[in-house]
Design a protein around this ligand. Structure first.
Ligand code: LIP
Length: 273
């Protein structure tokens, strides 16, 4: 199976790098976009083109594989995760950033078997940051092995935090409350506007933890394996087991920090994917 995963990974990596050029062509921003769930949830032609290219290339080579893609689901496809080999794809994670020309957008591709991420690619072509991991083989940034931080206490931690792109008032209230709780205790918060890149920052050891309510499987599938292969943990934000379809995520360099953060957070439970 390891050899097969290498073949799957190498094929996906080639396609991701090729699609990176589509994003790089819009380094100053992309002013052609449509609204999705609300006035701050965008999709561009590039999102759709990248997803079509990735799914087209992978399904041609691996016809039995399944796919969960952000824009395909948004267009009405079912978000159904089975035990089958499944590619979980966010073609442009950080679309708001992409539209504005804020250079923190990425292609995020997770490969999932038996509902567990086993390989991941997060590629920010604008800053030339390529985060990769395969189960049991470590995590890498531009082919240099990376490791999470060893911070165990919230009072010493820098936390990646996201305001999100939904106007749901109950969720926004929890966002504001958690901003207050974390900034009262920790070293600080950083907001990248991309779940995948936030998880990559935890894998890199630059941030000590990241959490978010309301993201989707495609935002976090690649980041989950990359954080774990960098030595970190991914759990539910209330302290339980990580659930790819729950639309909730908390990852950290240490389980101690993850559990302290889980005890600190106000919780929000979105409808599952
Ligand atoms: C985004 C996530 C981000 C979240 C936004 C949005 P998109 O994904 O990466 O963490 O806060 O609401 O979901 O929509 O740019 O692919």
């Amino acid at each position: 199976m390891a050899d097969q995963i290498d073949e799957y990974f190498d094929t996906a990596l080639e396609l991701v790098k090729a699609c990176g050029n589509l994003i790089k062509d819009h380094v100053s921003g992309c002013n052609k976009f449509e609204l999705k769930s609300c006035d701050i949830d965008f999709v561009t032609e590039i999102d759709k083109k990248v997803e079509d290219t990735l799914i087209g290339g992978l399904s041609k080579k691996f016809p039995t594989h399944k796919f969960i893609g952000e824009e395909t689901v948004s267009a009405g496809a079912k978000c159904e995760l089975t035990d089958d080999p499944t590619w979980v794809i966010d073609p442009v994670d950080g679309t708001m950033n992409f539209v504005h020309g804020f250079p923190h957008s990425c292609i995020s591709v997770g490969f999932v078997i038996n509902k567990e991420p086993v390989a991941g690619i997060i590629y920010n072509p604008i800053l030339q940051q390529l985060f990769t991991a395969k189960k049991g083989k470590g995590a890498f940034l531009n082919e240099r092995q990376i490791y999470v931080s060893e911070v165990k206490e919230l009072k010493n931690a820098l936390i990646n935090f996201e305001a999100g792109t939904s106007r749901d008032e109950e969720r926004c209230k929890v966002v504001r409350e958690n901003f207050k709780r974390i900034t009262t205790t920790g070293h600080g918060v950083r907001t990248l506007g991309s779940a995948a890149l936030s998880m990559a920052m935890v894998a890199l050891g630059g941030a000590d933890a990241y959490f978010e309510f309301g993201i989707h499987a495609w935002d976090i599938a690649a980041g989950a394996i990359i954080v774990r292969e960098a030595g970190g943990v991914c759990i539910d934000p209330a302290g339980g087991a990580f659930d790819l379809l729950s639309r909730r995520v908390l990852c950290a360099g240490t389980m101690e920090l993850a559990q302290e953060l889980a005890k600190t957070l106000a919780q929000y439970y979105p409808e599952r994917d």
